[in-house]
Design a protein around this ligand. Structure first.
Ligand SMILES: N[C@@H](CCC(=O)N[C@@H](CS)C(=O)NCC(=O)O)C(=O)O
Length: 210
């Protein structure tokens, strides 16, 4: 079990790391918060680059081990705090689908969404990690149509990642509006942890110069 002194989150408010703030709240996990001001370029300071040479958040440091990439962080933290029950265990039949939909986020969804938004062609179907945008999106929608959560009726850490991402990506028009996404993100936005994290981000976001 982690305690406050051995778990650190580097977070830029608001950004992709906001989903990790939400997850840590869902997990009721103690941690030390270190804010990174991306607009001020703090991600390029040598001290931060020494932790993540990519100059990106989120970053979690646990007992000195650095974990980057949302998917790895979600998987790691949900396992680290099992009492919350947000990660199906090794012998649970939902474990495989849970890892599948976490990985789908990083391996297929984000690359497809960013390529699509930038007007970049995915290239040869067989070479593209996500096939094509419509197939990727149809696959995701087909899964979300099966129940309230990405694993059906079971809420998991994967829903914190997907709910958070779909919320900002639909708002930014990176992903088309769809009633399935609307219902799914509405459930995410109504959760106390999500509401808390949004309020915290307002307090934590860098203050604009007067
Ligand atoms: N693949 C990374 C992406 C992280 C990422 O792009 N984070 C953005 C914030 S939303 C960032 O740190 N941008 C600052 C920059 O690139 O200068 C992940 O999944 O964690």
């Amino acid at each position: 079990m982690a305690n406050q002194s051995d778990l650190v989150l580097y977070h830029a408010a608001p950004s992709r790391s906001s989903a990790v703030v939400t997850l840590l709240k869902e997990l009721d996990a103690p941690y030390e918060l270190r804010l990174v001001d991306l607009k001020a370029g703090e991600q390029f300071k040598p001290e931060f680059l020494a932790i993540n040479a990519m100059g990106k958040v989120p970053v979690v440091v646990h007992k000195g081990a650095v974990i980057t990439e949302q998917v790895a962080i979600f998987s790691y933290l949900a396992d680290l705090f099992p009492a919350a029950g947000l990660a199906p265990g090794l012998n649970d039949s939902d474990r495989g689908p849970y890892l599948r939909w976490l990985a789908f986020y990083g391996s297929s969804f984000e690359p497809a969404v960013i390529d699509h938004h930038m007007g970049r062609e995915p290239g040869l179907r067989a070479m593209s990690p996500y096939g094509d945008f419509d197939m990727m999106l149809g696959t995701l929608l087909g899964q979300l149509a099966k129940g309230r959560y990405i694993l059906g009726e079971r809420f998991s850490a994967a829903d914190v990642l997907w709910g958070s991402a779909l919320n900002w990506m639909v708002a930014w028009k990176l992903v088309p509006e769809n009633p399935i996404f609307a219902d799914y993100t509405a459930r995410h936005l109504a959760r106390p942890a999500t509401i808390w994290a949004h309020e915290q981000d307002q307090a934590w976001r860098p203050k604009k110069e007067a």
